[in-house]
Design a protein around this ligand. Structure first.
Ligand code: FAD
Ligand code: UDP
Length: 372
């Protein structure tokens, strides 16, 4: 009875399903392997009534008014600007590195021009900036690179920064002013009732049915709609015919403490000693008031659910081989972070899905329906 099966109920799948149903009037079956909607952005209340992010901290930020307008149909917003400290040399200092970071770490009192001169004196020119090591060393020099980036990146990716594309560490800017926000996007806010509530509203439509704990690739072709939106790992769709495309995973440890607050900011990064990369205290992010507090520790791992595409040339080359197969699939559209192997933030996935829908809608005649 459905026109489409959407595999995956994360941002990519939810946007596609919502657009197919609301704009085209198509009947959509959304399936997810997991027992919940929202993909990696899923949040829920724990046994103590604290709202937490099951798959690590998800902070919404974007420069796109169109994406905010689209999502605002399904949620209100609570303004929130994320701040992160890094535990370095026994101190807690702002990351992205800014003037305060330099002054605290080196016992200095530099002004903005002084901080810029400090970094310029340490930056090491690199002929062609290709790797995640190059991009940092060229901006701030080797000593700060080693303190803040090398250890964290090795933990997070199981690779040295010199083995990763520049795009990975280039996500983190360097500043010479006192701006200690993690992001500088024009819109920074959290869905006011949480992500899962927003997803529930996106998928609440008479033409959308949701089936959880269902593997969309295991359904026999004659028992599912002919047309598919696929948002899972692209290599799994093709049975890994060209070999396994690497994705990085994480193990999350959620701990609730009998005190209202644990740390001064939403996230503290641990680039040096610990085997976790960061601790997030989600109350800072949700704004929830509660006598207890929940922390999330992130332990990077090669095993487990696929969370991150790993940006490096050989993986990009392997992805291209899968992408060529994907282009030849007449009835399946590949959307999202896993299916297009892009290290995308949530807003970028929404933007990609909206653009994919536009192309799809232009290419396929709409099915005329007789009003019931
Ligand atoms: P996903 O959310 O991964 O959804 C894909 C879904 O498909 C999954 O639910 C999966 O179960 C399902 N699936 C896969 N295969 C099948 C199958 N065969 N059958 C049925 N279902 C299947 N972005 C930000 O903007 N800000 C942040 O602060 C931020 N923090 C992050 C922190 C962490 C730890 C991680 C891992 C990511 C973070 N992101 C953040 C990125 C964000 O999670 C993604 O951009 C977004 O969730 C991707 O949505 P998606 O729909 O492409 O994929
Ligand atoms: N990074 C780092 N030290 C930090 C923060 C980030 O080395 O304190 C590097 C690391 O390689 C990380 C990348 O920058 O994977 C991107 O960081 P971001 O916080 O954007 O990662 P995400 O939230 O996507 O896991």
């Amino acid at each position: 009875m459905h026109d489409w099966i959407v595999v995956g109920a994360g941002f990519a799948g939810a946007v596609m399903a919502e657009r197919l149903a609301s704009v085209r009037g198509d009947r959509v079956l959304v399936v997810d392997k997991r027992n919940h909607i929202g993909g990696n952005a899923h949040d829920r209340l724990n046994a103590d009534g604290l709202l937490y992010h099951c798959y690590g901290p998800h902070i919404f930020h974007t420069n796109s008014d169109a994406i905010v307008r689209y999502l605002s149909q399904f949620t209100g917003w609570r303004p929130y600007e994320h701040r992160v400290l890094a535990a370095v040399d026994g101190l807690l200092v702002p990351i992205p590195i800014n003037r305060t970071t330099i002054n605290m770490l080196y016992g200095l009192d530099l002004d903005e021009a002084g901080a810029a001169a400090f970094l310029a004196a340490r930056a090491e020119p690199v002929d062609t900036v290709e790797t995640s090591e190059d991009v940092v060393v060229a901006a701030i020099g080797r000593e700060l690179y080693e303190k803040f980036f090398r250890g964290y990146t090795r933990k997070q990716w199981g690779l040295d920064p010199s083995e990763l594309n520049r795009s990975v560490t280039a996500r983190i800017p360097t500043r010479t002013n006192d701006d200690d926000r993690y992001f500088t996007d024009s819109f920074q806010a959290m869905p006011s009732a949480g992500y899962s509530a927003m997803f529930a509203r996106m998928l609440y439509h008479p033409l959308i049915s949701v089936q959880l704990e269902t593997d969309g690739l295991a359904l026999p072709a004659d028992q599912r709609p002919a047309r598919m939106i696929y948002t899972g790992p692209i290599d799994a769709y093709f049975n890994h015919v060209h070999g396994v495309l690497p994705y990085r995973s994480l193990q999350f440890r959620h701990v609730t403490l009998g005190q209202p607050q644990f740390q001064a900011v939403g996230t503290v990064n641990y680039p040096q000693d610990q085997d976790y990369t960061r601790i997030t205290e989600v109350k800072h992010i949700t704004g929830q008031v509660h006598p207890l507090t929940t922390l999330t520790y992130e332990y990077p791992s090669a095993e487990g659910d696929p969370y991150y595409p790993i940006p490096r040339p050989e993986n990009e080359a392997l992805f291209k081989r899968y992408e060529a197969l994907a282009k030849a699939e007449a009835d399946t559209w590949f959307v999202g972070r896993l299916a297009t192997y892009r290290y995308y933030n949530m807003d970028q996935v929404v933007g990609q899905a909206l653009a994919s829908f536009q192309r799809l809608d232009a290419a396929l005649p709409r099915t005329p329906r007789i009003a019931a």
